[in-house]
Write a protein that binds this ligand. Structure first.
Ligand SMILES: O=C(O)c1cc(=O)[nH]c(=O)n1[C@@H]1O[C@H](COP(=O)(O)O)[C@@H](O)[C@H]1O
Length: 224
């Protein structure tokens, strides 16, 4: 079985993204290209990275009115990413239209609550209650809107999985024991996330900033 690790290649430099992907190729199941990479390298960059031969997770976290999101996804269609993100808080119509606009083979996953946020951040944007409840509310919205899965932290994935048995669960914000959290607030270890029901893990800096990215990926894979 291929590794559940998707390495987040958060860099504007195409050459650097290619070099890291090539180094870690044997120990990851796919690559994740996000806003930083896409803003700098666009569709051309995605094509170049796809040529490496790993599945591509295109993480653009689309969040706009339904028509705009659907048209943006249609425009991305020829890239045929394995996974594409939208924000669950864009609402039911946006989620339904996003799924309808995506290529058949692309999993559309809805970001529930960013792993960089905690309960205080929710309160600051006027959302009452705990992070856990907000994630479960948006999980149910995503499930009933027909997308393929969600993005959440490893702290909520067990409850989300219990509520949506065949959903696709993406867990970022994972750190090896004693790893630096950086800007992430809701963090668990990769092993904990997998044991709790994650389908795939997104791992960025613990691999990309390591002195030896291949060894870092191998060490994380060995804990799973
Ligand atoms: O959708 C994502 O991938 C995502 C959602 C989320 O809630 N939190 C989150 O960190 N991410 C992404 O996961 C990656 C995490 O990177 P590291 O913190 O460096 O491992 C980044 O590329 C983020 O954009």
């Amino acid at each position: 079985m291929s590794s559940p690790i998707y390495v987040a290649l958060d860099t504007p430099q195409l050459d650097r993204a290619k070099a890291i992907a090539t180094k870690v190729k044997a120990h990851v199941g796919g690559i994740k290209l996000g806003l930083e990479f896409f803003m700098a390298n666009g569709r051309h960059g995605v094509h170049e990275m796809a040529a490496i031969g790993l599945p591509v997770f295109l993480d653009l976290k689309l969040h706009d009115i339904p028509n705009t999101v659907a048209k943006a996804i249609q425009a991305l269609g020829p890239l045929e990413p394995a996974v594409l993100t939208v924000h669950a808080s864009g609402g039911r119509a946006m989620l339904e239209d996003a799924k309808a606009a995506a290529p058949v083979g692309t999993k559309v996953v809805a970001v529930t609550m960013l792993t960089s946020l905690d309960g205080d951040d929710l309160a600051a944007i006027g959302v009452g209650g705990a992070a856990h409840d907000q994630v479960l509310r948006l999980t149910e919205l995503a499930r009933s809107s027909g997308v393929d899965g969600i993005v959440c932290s490893g702290g909520e994935v067990a409850a989300a999985r219990a509520a949506w048995k065949d959903g696709f669960f993406v867990v970022p914000g994972v750190r090896p024991a004693n790893g630096s959290h950086g800007d992430q607030k809701r963090v668990v270890t990769p092993r904990h996330a997998m044991d709790s029901g994650a389908s795939i893990l997104v791992v960025g800096r613990p691999i990309t900033q390591a002195e030896n990215p291949d060894q870092a990926a191998r060490e994380i894979e060995a804990t799973l």
